[in-house]
Design a protein around this ligand. Sequence first.
Ligand SMILES: [Zn+2]
Length: 496
Amino acid sequence: MRIVSGGLQHETNTFSVSPTQLEDFVRDSHFGEGLGDSGSIRERFHETNTVHGGYLKGADELGIELVPVLNLRAYPSGIVTRETYETLVSELVARVQAALPADGILLDLHGAMVTEDYEDAEAEIVRRVRESVGADLPIVVTLDLHANISPQLPGYADVIIGYDTYPHVDMGDRGYEAIVLMSRIVQGDVKPAMAYRQLPLLTMPPMQCTLREPMVDLIAALHQLESREGMLTATVAMGFPFADIECMGVTVLAVADGDQQLAEAAVDEFSRLLWGQKEELQPRLVTIESAIEQSKEAGGLVIFADGSDNPGGGAPCDGTVALQALIKEGLEGAVVATLCDPEAVDAAWDAGEGGQVQLSLGGKVDELHGETLEVDAFVERLSDGEFVFGGPMAQGLKDSLGKTALLVINGVRVVVTSLRRQCIDRNMLRTVGVELDSISLLVLKSAVHFRADFGSHAARILDADTPGVHRPDFSCFEYNNSRADRCYPLKLDARL
Ligand SMILES: [Zn+2]
């Protein structure tokens, strides 16, 4: 059996002022100057907890010849430019074509990419791949839990499988599930029938977390449902709310073996269950002033999850609201990680370790994330920022913060990086020698993913009340091109 795999991933925050370009995909995909090839994709993803890592594992176990042709991602940011999208999708389709004949196509997509031309950019990717390979070849798509899935997408794919976890610790498992199911389809063991339903429901990252209620119970119910006789898989995509597009929000999918009615019934049943939890799915936010007070009495690490400035959702990661309050308080034991400011890093490198430097720090990308701070900083440590994920999420994958500096400002330590990276792994802090046991209050520019590696070390985790393009508060965003105002909670009397 010969299976071709490809991937293009981007989570697009349409409220971000930074468009996404080809060079962003090239830099963040780590294939050097180029777009990578089968060999470099294998090398990068083999034995990693990623979707392609799961494909490769399954292919080895099942004796499938897997031909990965392209797998690129850019860090979440603003709208993907037309030129970037056309270049990448043309390349993907051409490489898939060149790898034929094959028995099936696996596509490793995100589900929340928005371009200048396409609100559901994945539906267009799958449409073009489908057009190029014909109607008969099975296509199995994997999507992130944050996918915004339009009604068009299920029409081009035989099966859609979404992540069941947030933090996304099951990427490898879902890739593995996809290739196992693909092999059953190719062998004629099963014939997928997929049902799709979008709910009039919007949710925000903090409460989409599958380590917290109500998601713990909901995912357990989803697993119970997909293990029933005749069911192949089921997915709840919680949606990415920072996108002003029509198909933004929660979607439920179910795939049954040759039985469309069974799939439809499963979708209806799970949708009702989810709808019943809609009030519990809305977050409660805490100010930095309250977090400072709580850190003095918590008797352990307090994490202030500053998701409003989460680069993993397209925010600039240079917000200063929490940092400013910490500096004012002079809270020793406080750490902010990470803050992206390449200029400040360069100045720190010029000063050298042990040096003192005057800086304009953060708040430079836009007007939404606090003001630029004029500070006097001690340069405690410098690093090239290279690291390997050691926590459960993306374990084994290499990445980089770019040149990095650990600064100390009035007792507060700040990890300042050259690249925007969501701080979700303790190895990121270790690039500058910071360990959790030295911290009382940790401000992380992350909504939820940090919980995979930091959560069990925290005495308390607080969802931050700070401003930003990733703030978990619907009242802060103006939706003009979206069904948002017809959905709960913007429309309190919305009906399922
Ligand atoms: Zn996600």
